[in-house]
Structures are given as structure tokens and as C-alpha cells.
Design a protein around this ligand. Structure first.
Ligand code: 5AD
Length: 433
């Protein structure tokens, strides 16, 4: 099973390579010294991950070739846009028409979209986002795997089920061998080309131990590695970059500093943003975003969240619902609304047409099994599958009843591939050259 289509290197300009996928040209950054024109490679997140033999590439490509153009056609059909609905409100049509031409919307217009309530209007809003996704990103959809290596955490975030508030939770910390085993399985057995390693903060590993693990994964199992260990300090970020990590997944959770302070005792937004900014400067791909449905959060806050993610140069936006966990101070609150999440995904696509990948989160899928499809049809183009060994996965209880909590990797892959095929999406994720 394979999550990326191999591409053929057509040109090399210093560190940038142009790769051909069935006639489409994409570009990627190459850190592997030994690449020549004519080689086949796998790339993820804009980075060449590994070289593959011509025989292996051609056999994979022959399988893909049959369906690649079919998928593109399905996607094109599903993303057609007609903004001529007689019954729809004229103001909305005007805004969406402007958006569909990639013209910048005013704040008042963006808020109008976030406040939309009627079904027909929402449908047009989501379709416009899907149209823009197709226009700029074609049918590519990137699929990362996530390994939750430890649920130990010293922080007391009021919403989070693995924070120190939860005294009932059985804590775990995977050993180096267990992490390497899970990474190896994801890459070698299931064909993942990018992995996120995530844990609570201060999960019981030193930066040196984490660096060691990343180095060993990079040597044994070629993949793009994202880290998500919370605020490990600027020095920590630097050391893990040197070890081979190339992405940082760290949500800022909310762009509203007052709200941030309230829900994160002892932490502050500036420190978090500093990590994100410095990581970008170091060369990390940034995956960031916020929680939707926090107490006291306004629509304007949500709009600012999207702007902040863009300002932080997010390569991928991750916006998902807050879901109350019974063993946290927020146990009695209501979860974020599905419709609000889809609105934010769609608005993010309208605000950042060309750059960002937009993730459908597991939290959204937890609220509704249909939501992955709805999100992908409203501007989103990324998914993350959980490849944490099942024995640990149930203890990574950031919120209860997580989707795919007890689903093996093959089952997740099967349903993902079938969803992507039904929508005409293919797992290529490089920028169009
Ligand atoms: N509901 C939804 N998402 C949560 N997270 C933590 N707790 C919850 C919750 N109760 C998210 C945070 C964090 C990510 C790892 O998990 O946004 O960044």
C-alpha cells in the first residue's frame, strides 16, 4: 500500500528538483546528495524523501496510471462551481464570486461567511472553497501517519485529557525500540512517507534521546519527520532539526491572548508563537492552527486564528473542534459545532488559496463519521492516520472516544483509500512547478 506516487526527476537546479507525475510537473527540495535526472523518487511536504528503483517505481506507476486520470476527472466534476443561483442571497453571491476569482475579501465579508446559517448559502460557500482547492492544488491529498509516543504531560491545559488534571489516566512512554518498531511498520509495511511523532509535554525523553530516535528513523526508514512534543525550547528545536526533523506540528490553540492565558495556566501565547516563528526560520515546515468551540471564543477570534496561521507560514492548517473530556475542568462544556469547523476550513481555503494544505482532523471525524468527506469537499486536502500501536493508542486520551481509536492501520487505510477514490483524490502532495 502506498501513500505517495513515485515521480521521475526531470531537472535538478541546485537543491530544487522538478519531478514529473504523469506529465504534471511538481517541485521538491532535495537533501539527498545522490540524485540524478531520470531517477525515481518519493517526495512529501516539498521534500524528496527517498529514491526508489526504476523497477519498483514503474510497477507502482503502472497501477496508478490506470486510475490517475480517472481520479482527476472525478475531482474536477465534483469541484465545478456555479454561482448563478437565483434564490441565493445577492450579497453572498457577490462575496463568493469575488472569492472564486481569488480576490481578497474584506473582514466584514469574511465574517459574513462565518456567520452564514442557511443551508443553501453554506453549500455555495463550501463549494467555492472546494473549487479553489481544486484550482490551486488539483486532486492531491496528503496523508501523514501519527505515532503518539507518550501521554505524559506536565502542562495543565484545561481542555486536554492528557494534562496533569487527569489523575485517572494510565500513563505510558514508548521505548526507543517500540517507537522504531512503530515507525518501521508505518514506513515499510504500510508505505507512509511522512510521520508525525507526538507526545505530551515533558514526556520523559531528553532532547538528546529524541534526536537519537529521529536520527535512527531517518537512517532506517526514509520518511519526512514532523515533531509535536510541545514547547521544547528553541535549542531543542534546533537539535531536532539537525537530527533530521523537518516539520513542526504545534497548534497555537487560539489567537486570542486573553483566552489563551485562561485555558493554559502558566503558559503564554507569545512563547508558543516564538517557537513557531523560530522553527519556520530554521527551515521547519509549520503545521499549526487552533481549537474551535472554546468557551468565550468569538467568530472574530476564529477569523484571527486563520490569519495567524497564515502569518506563521503554515504549510498545513490544523483546525479542529474542542471536545470535552470527562476528567478535565472543561468536562461540562459543549463540543465545537461541526458546521463551525467546516466553515473555518472553507474560509481558510478562501483566505489562503494557494499555499496551505488543510487538514481534516480526527477530532472532527469523532464528531461525525461523514465529516472527513464534508471537510474534503469544503477546501481541505489532508488527512492524518493514527499509526500508534493499539496497546498505547487508547491511553492517548486527549478527548474521549476518538475516531479510529481501536482501528488497525490496514482498516484505516482501506477506508481512507476508498474515501479518496470516491472523491477523485490522489496521494501526491507537491507544489505545482
Ligand atoms: N478536544 C479537542 N482537541 C484537543 N486537544 C487537546 N485536548 C483536546 C480536546 N479536549 C488538541 C490540542 C493539541 C492537540 C495535540 O490535541 O489542540 O494541540
Amino acid at each position: 500500500m502506498c501513500y505517495a506516487i513515485p515521480g521521475k526527476v526531470e531537472q535538478i537546479n541546485e537543491k530544487t528538483v522538478i519531478v514529473d507525475y504523469f506529465g504534471e510537473k511538481r517541485k521538491a527540495y532535495n537533501e539527498l546528495a545522490q540524485i540524478s535526472v531520470g531517477d525515481y523518487i518519493y517526495a512529501q511536504g516539498g521534500f524528496v524523501v527517498t529514491k526508489v528503483s526504476a523497477t519498483e517505481a514503474q510497477s507502482t506507476l503502472s497501477v496508478w496510471k490506470e486510475i490517475f486520470f480517472e481520479l482527476q476527472e472525478t475531482d474536477l466534476k465534483l469541484s465545478r462551481l456555479q454561482l448563478t443561483d437565483e434564490d441565493a442571497d445577492k450579497k453572498l453571491l457577490g462575496i463568493l464570486d469575488k472569492a472564486s476569482q481569488s480576490k481578497e475579501l474584506k473582514e466584514e465579508e469574511l465574517l459574513y461567511l462565518l456567520e452564514l446559517k442557511n443551508k443553501k448559502g453554506l453549500e455555495l460557500f463550501f463549494k467555492t472553497a472546494n473549487f479553489l482547492r481544486q484550482k490551486y492544488h488539483k486532486n492531491s491529498c496528503c496523508v501523514h501517519g501519527i505515532i503518539e509516543i507518550s501521554n505524559c504531560c506536565r502542562q495543565g491545559c484545561l481542555y486536554c485529557g492528557i494534562s496533569h488534571h487527569n489523575k485517572k489516566l494510565q500513563r505510558y512512554r514508548m521505548s526507543k525500540d517500540e517507537i522504531l518498531g512503530a515507525a518501521g511498520e508505518a514506513v515499510e509495511v504500510y508505505g507512509f512517507k511522512s510521520l508525525v511523532l507526538q507526545s505530551g509535554e515533558d514526556a520523559g525523553y531528553s532532547v538528546e534521546e529524541l534526536a537519537d530516535i529521529i536520527k535512527e528513523i531517518k537512517v532506517k526508514f526514509p520518511a519526512l519527520i514532523f515533531i509535536s512534543f510541545g514547547e521544547i525550547g528553541i535549542d531543542g528545536l534546533e537539535k531536532l532539526y539537525q537530527a533530521g526533523a523537518r516539520g513542526l506540528l504545534m497548534r497555537f490553540e487560539t489567537s486570542n491572548p486573553g483566552l489563551y492565558q485562561k485555558i493554559h495556566p502558566g503558559m503564554n501565547l507569545e512563547n508558543r508563537l516564538n517557537h513557531l516563528r523560530r522553527a519556520y526560520d530554521m527551515g521547519y515546515l509549520i503545521l499549526t492552527g487552533s481549537l474551535i468551540g472554546l468557551p468565550g471564543q468569538s467568530k472574530k477570534d476564529l477569523l484571527n486564528d486563520i490569519f495567524l496561521a497564515k502569518e506563521l507560514h503554515a504549510e498545513m492548517f490544523s483546525f479542529g473542534p474542542f471536545i470535552p473530556h470527562p476528567h478535565t475542568p472543561f468536562s461540562e462544556l459543549k463540543p465545537g459545532k461541526i458546521e463551525d469547523i467546516i466553515k473555518v476550513l472553507a474560509l481558510a481555503r478562501i483566505i489562503d488559496n494557494t499555499n496551505a494544505k488543510i487538514l481534516v482532523t480526527t477530532a472532527l471525524e469523532t464528531l461525525s463519521r461523514e465529516a472527513a468527506k464534508d471537510g474534503l469537499l469544503a477546501g481541505a486536502n489532508s488527512l492524518m492516520l493514527n499509526v500508534t500501536p493499539l496497546e498505547f493508542r487508547k491511553f492517548y486520551s486527549i478527548y474521549p472516544n476518538r475516531a479510529h481509536q481501536s482501528e488497525g492501520i490496514s482498516a484505516q487505510i482501506e477506508s481512507t483509500v476508498s474515501l479518496l477514490r470516491s472523491l477523485g483524490r490522489a496521494p501526491t502532495d507537491l507544489e505545482v512547478a
